[in-house]
Unconditional design. Structure first.
Ligand code: NAP
Length: 265
């Protein structure tokens, strides 16, 4: 007997939903594309990583698209949105995810590198949302912004990146308010330590990468391990789905308690 228990399988109802994902071929974005395929949705990966993109296209058996560009200018975003609409006739959601922690610090950076870092990590979030908006209004689609815990904790070596990550949280609230009349929900996810190709590059920059990794794992309260990209993806697809129908303007930490729990425990 299962008296009182919720036995119905959660159906996210994402079947055939067309979702744009910047940086959707690798790392966290790649995991989101794969999770969407499992749900029968159609990921559109805006990502120059062709080898990883092809693996996802193969997995989707034709129900996916890769736009192999590195987003930078407004025109890049506009053409990606137009190509998506031309191919599928609709856009049901947007995941702003592409970015890289490029370590432009206060002391060791310079004003030009700082401006470039902010531009690379932030501006295309606005551009994609701006150009996708008419289609999202039609579909009542949702927006998910991938930010970072560094937006609220700092990191001590990366002024441009944290400026962008902080602004993404502010824009999440701002867009959630602006888009209330259209029933478009906007939320942010804040990962902390997720083992992705970007993370791997960073770890390899230490003299003893294995020791550094063990040190970081030891500080993650839940399970002393990194968050898996798939665990970020689960939150992303939930937020894109109608099951999250009354969640908007939220900053959601998927980090094994890294940001908020007492790491001295
Ligand atoms: P990743 O492993 O480097 O994957 C990102 C993908 O996006 C790569 O395929 C990359 O291509 C692509 N990309 C980068 N810039 C792009 C652009 N301007 N236009 C289109 N594609 C672009 O990175 P990740 O670790 O999955 O990070 C994804 C997001 O999570 C980022 O916003 C990052 O700030 C955030 N995040 C990650 C962590 C973590 O622990 N991993 C923690 C906090 C926040 P290339 O490889 O060719 O550059």
């Amino acid at each position: 007997m299962v008296c009182g228990l919720w036995t119905e399988k959660m159906n996210l109802n994402l079947q055939d939903k067309v979702i744009l994902i910047s940086g959707g071929a690798k790392g966290i974005g790649g995991a989101i594309s794969r999770a969407l395929i499992e749900e029968g949705a159609i990921p559109v990966m805006i990502d120059p990583s062709e080898k990883e993109g092809k693996e996802i296209l193969d997995l989707a058996k034709g129900k996916a698209l890769q736009i192999p560009i590195r987003l930078f200018s407004p025109e890049d975003a506009e053409s990606a949105v137009k190509m998506t609409f031309k191919t599928f006739g609709k856009i049901d959601g947007l995941v702003n995810n592409a970015g890289a922690n490029d370590g432009v610090s206060l002391a060791h950076g310079n004003p030009v590198a700082y401006a470039d870092s902010v531009a690379k990590n932030l501006f295309h979030y606005y551009y994609l949302a701006h150009y996708a908006l008419p289609y999202l209004k039609k579909s009542r689609g949702a927006i998910v912004n991938i930010s970072s815990k560094t937006a609220v904790t700092g990191q001590g070596s990366t002024s441009g990146y944290v400026s962008a990550k902080g602004a993404q949280l502010a824009l999440t609230r701002e867009w959630a308010v602006e888009l209330l009349p259209f029933q478009i929900r906007v939320n942010a996810i804040l990962p902390a330590e997720v083992y992705t190709p970007m993370y791997e590059n960073w770890i390899q920059s230490f003299p003893n990468p294995e020791e550094k990794l063990a040190e970081i794992n030891a500080q993650i309260p839940l399970g002393n391990r990194m968050t898996k990209p798939e665990e970020i993806a689960s939150m992303a697809i939930f937020l894109l789905s109608e099951k999250a129908s009354h969640i908007t303007g939220q900053h959601l930490y998927v980090d094994g308690g890294y940001t908020h729990l007492d790491r001295a425990l």
